[in-house]
Design a binder for this molecule. Structure first.
Ligand code: FAD
Length: 569
């Protein structure tokens, strides 16, 4: 370990942090230190096993954050999982590699983030990617996977493709036919990673197709580069807060850390401190450092360095439910099928649903604002909600995601409304950095979010009633028609959904990239407003939820952030 002065300190060696550290350390004269609370999981079978999803849950590499009892979400606390390891959450996630709809990234710019649009982000999706073309792997013959080479990068660090455990028995074709036979058909989408996600497809994952092991941020962005003498990583080291230079400007000069032996010390950074601790940690680290809402900070005896009351607000996650059906075939392989219906495909009366929602937006905005003491303003929320409404009902983004996973003699499904309107928050609950923060995502706060969840469940029932799937499956085992009747309305579904959902593990936006006057915490260079050298580069900055899953977008944002930082050198 070197105790020399570092140019950059990256707090959190996770999905985003390792991208930024890798790219900054491409410049030989720049010293980068990554500080990661977890250890190495390079040889951890719970990480590497491509069929091992969930094995790491509840182990020492899972932060397993707890939410408050959810007032609107069944009165229960939820566990929000996140990786505590070099590689961060990419070491425990579902490896799904699905981007976003073009219009959703364009909405970031429409909300006031100049230059943050699909056209500018698309090259960064490709820059990070090392797409492994399926035709090279004979085990994928008959699997039905397709892709468009124009949408992929082939020379980046992150391996994306399909694993050798992918089913190749023609199930994909039967699924596809089923989707075509629906009353409102859902078309096959050859490649959902080009910005148009609507339809049914077989998506790629972050896997090493050759070795059939998980690809994570550490395997992609750190281990092949670990011999760089200017790239330093401290593992098992917890960052407690930033330290500040004396003077008028708000300039960080380092971080206070607790080392694995329990010693607390300060490490200096001469250029910047980059927070990449994840959406449920980066805002709390800002608060512990005196950046946030003075009313909250003063409660814990923390002096306000910078008054940015929206730190920790705007928390957005999705809610995940599942339906299960008996399968008439037994499967011991995995398969990755996704469908993304639009509002017109999901809601039979979508015009009426849209009109009703439009009328409710002012009330939604007022409810969110009032729940956080008007820290986020109703007028701003209303504008953002209208942008979201336009995405759903005009631009036609996917309004739900449905995953189908054959497993043994069961067809498992998972589903969620893609873009819930509910907004919650995360805040520190003590000046002691080891004490858990208060996390309140406010799941199901707004009724459209439940409605989307219900319609997605109905849509799945429809699939299993449609041939050829109807003949391939047996009874619905969960929830089952005796628990939720075939004719159930939103009320009839509500108990099942609210007692059985989980976090979709996609928290974002807690230090949102937005103009300051509408509640932003970072500017378009991801610098915290009012500081000269503190940035946040992780899921915290993503202003609105994306369809697809988060990691591909987060990798791309981090790639772009690294370029922005380099240009400012
Ligand atoms: P992280 O990758 O979580 O990185 C933060 C890092 O900071 C961690 O390594 C953490 O240990 C470290 N850290 C935190 N606090 C401190 C501190 N005080 N000091 C030092 N270090 C600290 N997305 C997909 O695209 N596809 C999927 O299939 C998918 N499945 C998922 C399944 C699960 C179970 C989970 C939890 C998430 C899933 N996601 C998925 C979401 C996606 O993986 C995350 O959104 C993304 O990895 C987050 O990246 P990040 O850089 O914001 O944070």
């Amino acid at each position: 370990r070197s105790d020399s002065n570092y140019d950059y300190i990256v707090v959190g060696g996770g999905t985003s942090g390792l991208v930024v550290a890798n790219r900054l350390s491409e410049q030989e004269n720049i010293n980068v230190l990554v500080i990661e609370a977890g250890g190495s999981v390079y040889n951890n079978p719970n990480v590497t096993d491509t069929l091992g999803y969930g094995k790491a849950f509840g182990t020492e590499i899972d932060w397993a954050y707890k939410t408050t009892d959810q007032e609107y979400g069944g009165g229960i606390s939820q566990t929000v999982r996140a990786g505590k390891a070099l590689g961060g959450t990419s070491t425990i996630n579902g490896m799904v590699y699905l981007r976003a709809q073009t219009a959703q990234i364009d909405a970031w710019e429409a909300a006031g983030n100049k230059g943050w649009n699909w056209k500018n982000l698309f090259p960064y999706f490709k820059k990070g990617e090392q797409f492994q073309s399926p035709e090279k792997y004979s085990f994928l013959d008959g699997s039905g996977v397709t892709y468009d080479p124009a949408y992929h990068g082939f020379n980046g660090p992150l391996k994306v493709g399909w694993s050798s455990t992918q089913l190749n028995d023609g199930l994909a074709q039967k699924m596809n036919t089923t989707y075509q036979n629906l009353d409102v058909p859902v078309q096959f989408n050859k490649d959902p990673n080009g910005g148009d996600m609507i339809g049914y497809s077989l998506y790629p994952k972050t896997v090493d197709s050759e070795l059939n092991i998980r690809e994570d941020a550490a395997r992609a962005y750190y281990y092949p580069y670990q011999n760089r003498t200017n790239l330093h990583v401290w593992l098992n080291t917890h960052v407690n807060k930033l330290t500040w230079k004396d003077g008028k400007d708000v300039t960080a000069d380092g971080v206070e850390v607790t080392l694995s032996n329990g010693t607390t010390t300060v490490v200096k950074a001469s250029r910047e401190v980059i927070l990449a601790a994840g959406a449920l940690k980066s805002p709390v680290l800002l608060e512990l450092s005196g950046v946030g809402n003075p009313d909250i900070l003063s409660k814990y005896g923390i002096e306000t360095k910078l008054n940015i009351p929206t730190v920790g607000e705007n928390l957005q996650d999705q809610m995940n439910n599942g339906l299960q059906f008996d399968a008439k075939t037994s499967y011991n392989m995995s398969a990755d099928y996704v469908s993304y219906p639009s509002a017109a495909q999901l809601f039979s009366n979508h015009t009426a649903v849209g009109n009703e929602l439009l009328r409710k937006l002012p009330a939604y905005a007022a409810k969110v604002a009032s729940a956080n003491g008007n820290i986020t303003k109703a007028r701003d929320l209303q504008r953002f909600f209208k942008i979201q409404w336009d995405l759903i009902f005009k631009a036609g983004i996917p309004v739900a995601e449905i995953l189908l996973e054959p497993s043994g003699t069961t067809y498992d499904t998972e589903y969620w409304g893609s873009v819930p309107f509910s907004r919650g928050n995360v805040h520190l609950s003590s000046a002691d950095p080891t004490v858990a923060a208060t996390i309140d995502p406010k799941y199901f706060m707004l009724d459209f979010d439940l409605h989307a969840q219900v319609e997605a469940a109905r849509f799945i029932r429809e699939i299993f009633k449609t041939e050829p799937f109807a003949s391939m499956s047996g009874a619905e085992t969960s929830p089952g028609l005796s628990t939720v009747a075939a004719t159930a309305g939103d009320e009839g579904w509500s108990d099942f959904i609210k007692q059985n959902y989980r976090s979709n593990f996609h928290p974002i936006s807690t230090t949102a990239m937005l103009p300051k006057e509408v509640g932003g915490v970072v500017d378009t260079s991801l610098k915290v407003y009012g500081t000269s050298n503190v940035r946040v580069v992780d899921a915290s900055v993503v202003p609105f939820q994306v369809c697809g899953h988060l990691q591909s977008t987060i990798y791309a944002v981090a790639e772009r952030a690294a370029d922005i930082i380099k240009k400012q050198l």
